[in-house]
Design a protein around this ligand. Structure first.
Ligand code: SF4
Length: 351
């Protein structure tokens, strides 16, 4: 039985990314949920081109032989919101590595309202291949409540401009923002899918220290999504994007030392293996649906075969899926068998 739409993280084609963090640099103001210093673990400091060159060289030393596609990525701020001279100095430094043949191309993340023809014109001379936009929501009320300072129209316009110039486009969305709900998040997902980006990232809104959302949370004005509800919502979005053949390259915030510090996250659906929880729920749903169809002929003992890589997905965290299946279908024993002849989107149950 194939798990329609599932794309295991291991099968995702991913470049080796050299991240250069520019926390909150170039942002016209602070969005309510944001604290890039907490997310990236980097202090708000403008790095010099020389520091960037040293960092890139250090990362190139970590690259394995198998990773052919290498990109330098400017993340954590609003790249095109920086002063043009500074953008050029950063791109010049990164481009040297591309022209030497050590790196394939450059990517960065930026706000939708910082994309315009003038900025894209000056980018032409640099080997930028991928641009990620922080969309967050396609609901203008949610965007206003989150103090994003742009509208959904800005996003649609930005995507059009980027498509005309053939950039690889990534769109980032957030679930659990103030004023949003499941219907709204799924509508955002549909509108993002309609724009046909090359890939998406889905982040849960978590309550970070030193953010306005943190103040609202302390005053009882904001309640974050519970983890389980958030995982289920992100699963629905994941399946929506996969149905539309759009890669989902990340679900959940990247775990980092600073994020894992107790004082950094005040509340909200943060989990260091958030994506694994989503995959796990997809495998559970499929196993339930197969077992429902065999309900009449179920034995005390069953076996589930999956590709070796998906053993933890079918088991779930702390064997959660196995426990649920046992209880729901009154099964005494479930054997999980790795089977390398199965593709990573397959699941076979012998009942
Ligand atoms: S979410 Fe993006 S645009 Fe908003 S403050 Fe953070 S880095 Fe800047």
């Amino acid at each position: 039985m194939t798990l329609s739409g599932i794309q295991s993280p291991a099968r995702n084609y991913r470049p080796f990314i050299i991240p250069v963090f520019l926390p909150n640099i170039g942002c016209p103001h602070k969005c309510v949920f944001c604290n890039q210093t907490a997310i990236t673990g980097e202090k708000r400091k403008i790095p010099s081109p020389k520091e960037i060159s040293l960092l890139i060289n250090r990362f190139l030393g970590y690259k394995g032989e198998k990773r052919k596609r290498v990109q330098i990525a400017f993340y954590g701020g609003n790249f095109l919101g920086l002063k043009q001279d500074y953008i050029k100095s950063l791109l010049h430094e990164a481009a040297k590595f591309v022209f030497e043949g050590r790196v394939e191309s450059i990517r960065f993340s930026t706000r939708p309202d910082s994309i315009d023809d003038e900025r894209l014109d000056f980018l032409k001379e640099f080997p930028v291949a991928t641009i990620e936009l922080g969309v967050q929501s396609m609901d203008d009320d949610v965007l206003a409540m989150s103090r994003r300072g742009h509208t959904s129209f800005d996003t649609e316009k930005a995507v059009c401009l980027l498509k005309k110039r053939d950039y690889e486009i990534g769109l980032q969305m957030m679930v659990g923002l103030p004023g949003d709900d499941e219907t709204g998040a799924l509508e955002t997902g549909r509108r993002i899918a309609d724009m046909k980006p090359d890939f998406v990232r889905i982040y849960p809104a978590v309550v970070l220290e030193n953010s306005l959302l943190g103040d609202w949370y302390k005053k009882g004005k904001y309640i974050p999504l519970p983890l389980e509800q958030c995982v289920t919502l992100v699963k629905k979005l994941y399946l929506l994007f996969r149905k539309n053949r759009i890669s989902v390259i990340r679900m959940g915030l990247q775990s980092s030392e600073s994020l894992d510090m107790e004082s950094t996250i005040l509340a909200g659906p943060y989990h260091p293996a958030f994506g694994a929880l989503v995959y796990s729920e997809i495998f559970l749903d499929k196993a339930v649906s197969i077992l429902e169809s065999k309900k009449k002929d179920l034995h005390d003992m069953i076996s589930i075969k999956v590709n070796q890589r998906n053993i933890s997905c079918i088991r779930g965290q702390n064997n959660r899926n196995v426990k649920i299946l046992k209880q729901k279908f009154h099964i005494k024993s479930i054997e999980i068998i790795p089977d390398m002849t199965l593709t990573e989107d397959m699941l076979e149950i012998t009942a």
